[in-house]
Write a protein that binds this ligand. Structure first.
Ligand code: SAM
Length: 278
């Protein structure tokens, strides 16, 4: 699968301007580099040929990624009948983020989705045993958790989000790693199917409160506490603790986690969240 963004388009246009006949670019959003051939009117990729007009079109879109298939360039986007929301992949200089209704699902200001993921994992490390990842998204937290955990169960509400992950080279091991089990469903309902004390850690990385209120509710936190084993930890991403809404949400989350039975809740401002201990 060949995926391009404005970063590669800009490099290609630059190479064309210097009249080079070959150049090396990434066809998987920065993970690897491949040599491609430049002709006056076309770009020759492994198993595909596209026009400069198409490259110029890609260069104009800073918030979209493109699939090259059957010698055609198609913007990667989806519309979920289920949630009524539009989905897309937004490139960054590192891993892409997913846009839901235009909102990025990872931090991109002064950081990138990969560093954002590492900060979340570091806040709850070490991860061993069985881990529950409540909101799959592009699978970055599940993939990172699976590097040390025995098993990761990850839940995604919307099949369209999973579709976006399938196009994303950075999400590949979500589908390839046998340690990761994917469930399509509502985390609020799905969590009720697990036995008490099933998991040693939970990574809870929901969309913002206004998009997923249930996942910030006391009832959900009670279930999180129930499925965690004694001594287990939950990382809860909340949002910028220095913003007005982030500070207000954090206060409510901490109170409800304590009411749900977590014995200690520690602020993790560098990861824009909190860690709660059972
Ligand atoms: C912030 S993103 C998660 C990012 C993810 N941790 C990653 O590493 O890419 C939130 C995801 O939760 C999904 N979601 C929203 N409501 C949900 C629910 N009730 N149950 C499970 N997933 C949900 C959204 O579709 C979105 O993909």
């Amino acid at each position: 699968m060949i995926i391009l963004s404005h970063f590669q388009a800009a490099e290609l246009l630059q190479a064309r301007s210097t009249e080079r006949s070959t150049t090396s670019i990434s066809l998987d959003l920065g993970l690897t580099v491949t040599e491609v051939t430049l002709t006056p009117d076309r770009l020759i990729l492994p198993e595909a040929v596209i026009t400069w007009l198409e490259i110029e079109e890609i260069a104009q879109h800073e918030t979209a990624c493109f699939l090259v298939e059957d010698n055609r360039v198609k913007q990667i986007r989806g519309f979920s009948e289920f949630t009524g929301r539009a989905y897309g992949l937004m490139p960054t200089a590192s891993a892409p983020t997913m846009l839901i209704s235009g909102l990025p699902m990872h931090r991109i200001k002064n950081t990138n989705p990969y560093q954002d993921t590492l900060a979340k994992i570091k806040a709850i490390a070490p991860l061993h045993g069985r881990v529950l990842d409540t909101c799959t998204g592009l699978g970055y937290t599940a993939i990172e958790a699976a590097k040390t955990a025995e098993r990761v169960v990850t839940i995604e509400l919307d099949p369209t989000a999973q579709e976006m992950a399938r196009f994303n080279p950075w999400s590949r091991s979500l589908f390839d790693n046998p340690k990761i089990e994917q469930i399509i469903g509502d985390a609020f309902d799905e969590i009720q199917n697990f036995e008490d004390s099933t998991f040693s850690s939970i990574i809870h990385d929901p969309p913002m409160l206004s998009l997923a209120g249930d996942l910030y509710s006391g009832d959900f936190y009670v279930e999180c506490c129930r499925v965690l084993r004694r001594g287990g930890k939950l990382f809860h991403y909340i949002g910028d603790p220095d913003s007005k809404s982030g500070a207000r949400t954090t206060k409510g989350v901490v109170r409800r986690l304590q009411e749900a039975g977590f014995t200690r809740v520690v602020l993790q401002p560098q990861a824009f969240g909190v860690v709660a201990f059972k």
